[in-house]
Design a protein around this ligand. Structure first.
Ligand SMILES: NC(=O)c1ccc[n+]([C@@H]2O[C@H](COP(=O)([O-])OP(=O)(O)OC[C@H]3O[C@@H](n4cnc5c(N)ncnc54)[C@H](O)[C@@H]3O)[C@@H](O)[C@H]2O)c1
Length: 367
């Protein structure tokens, strides 16, 4: 971890503010120093903190166990907070008159997004509308949230002149992705409404805040049921519909950079394991279904500034600095940064891409 910090400080384009942040972060990292016999020192990872490295009493841990990420209660979100912007001066949403690559269009595609009541899934559902889809299903554990999100989506595009009245149909469905029967019933509802599924994005997922030694078994099982089994059940139902019609289709599983690296200062080990499973599930399903023309890919976001993370980081600016400092691009991702990867993988633009993992992490996993 110290090598990472030193490398970041040496980045030529990091800029003044980034260097300042790296200096501020240094003492925080130093406190996390592993003793000389730690796995890090055995791997000859150098430390800039001799004081901490000399501390023979330091705990045998490579992370800061005192760092607890205070996940806020959902009541703390602002009402109607989506976690991303759909309008505003810098966002060019909707119809375009300029030339653009037609293969990126989602016109005439039926798109399903899980966990789309809010957060990144909600952004992706809206991005499908923005990219031409007129048939979208929002699946979420919270049925009311799903229905509201579906109404809001249609209303936004109509009110902003980006769709005629009735042009976009978006349905909200209550679905527990961890429950096979619930997933089957939800996909049946989609097919009954729209006739088929062309594209699926699985954004339903949870993360919880326990150190490994205190992680309750039932919570681990719940996390795996949502993040791993949920992705599988949804991918399977979408693929079955595509196979039934002998039609091509796309599936995008939302992983995390934590499935490809161990994020510090506080890794969430069961979450990381679940996202590694999601990433490999995409590779495996990609091979299994390649000749059916069903492409399965993964997007692995880095630290994104969603509604949830904004509340956490507003409370803990030091943690914000830590996340920023560990990211070579020296910022958190905006949810909007995921739009391009989502549409690329869901559309014909990626016609020969399957089993890929696109990391949208500002370079975090490279260092
Ligand atoms: N936010 C980040 O920084 C970040 C980074 C990397 C990966 N991710 C991944 O992106 C995905 C979306 O994250 P987010 O930040 O938007 O989270 P979020 O908590 O804002 O949204 C997740 C949505 O999933 C729904 N959900 C939870 N359990 C469900 C279940 N059993 N069935 C159906 N829906 C369920 C929730 O109701 C919620 O609407 C997750 O898989 C997450 O692991 C997020």
């Amino acid at each position: 971890m110290f090598a990472r910090s030193a490398t970041l400080k040496a980045l030529p384009r990091a800029g003044r503010s980034f260097a300042t942040q790296a200096v501020r972060f240094a003492p925080r990292v130093a406190a996390a120093a592993a003793p000389t016999s730690s796995p890090l020192s055995r791997r000859k990872v150098s430390s800039s903190s001799t004081a901490a490295a000399d501390n023979k009493e330091a705990p045998f841990a490579a992370v800061r166990e005192d760092i607890q990420i205070p996940y806020p209660d959902e009541t703390e979100y602002k009402p109607g907070e989506l976690g991303h912007s759909t309008d505003g001066p810098d966002v060019d949403v909707g119809r375009h008159t300029r030339r653009t690559l037609a293969s990126f269009s989602m016109t005439d595609k039926v798109c399903v997004v899980t966990g789309a009541g809010r957060g990144l899934g909600n952004l992706m559902a809206r991005t499908f509308a923005e990219s031409g889809s007129n048939a979208i299903a929002i699946l979420d554990l919270d049925e009311n949230l799903a229905k509201e999100a579906a109404n809001d989506l249609v209303q936004w595009f109509e009110e902003h002149g980006q769709a005629k009245k009735g042009e976009i149909k978006c349905i909200g469905i209550g679905c527990d992705v961890a429950n096979e029967e619930s997933v089957k019933a939800s996909f049946k509802q989609v097919v009954d409404t729209f006739g088929r599924v062309d594209s699926l994005v699985t954004a339903a997922g949870i993360v919880e805040n326990f150190v490994a030694t205190e992680y309750p078994g039932d919570r681990f099982r719940k996390l795996m049921a949502i993040n791993v089994e949920g992705s599988f059940y949804c991918a399977r139902e979408a693929a079955k519909d595509m196979m039934r019609r002998d039609a091509a289709g796309t599936i995008v599983l939302i992983g995390s950079m934590s499935g490809a690296c161990v994020n510090i200062p506080q890794p969430q080990t069961p979450y990381n394991a679940s996202k590694a499973a999601v990433r490999h599930m995409a590779s495996s399903l990609a091979v299994e279904w390649a000749q059916k023309n069903i492409r399965v890919n993964c997007i692995s976001p880095g630290y994104m500034a969603t509604a949830l993370t904004r509340v956490i980081l507003d409370r803990d600016p030091e943690l914000r600095d830590a996340w920023v400092n560990l990211t070579p691009m020296a910022r958190l991702g905006e949810p909007e940064d995921l739009k391009g990867a989502c549409i690329y993988l869901a559309s014909d633009a990626s016609a020969f891409t399957t089993g890929a993992d696109i990391r949208v992490d500002g370079g975090y996993t490279l260092t």
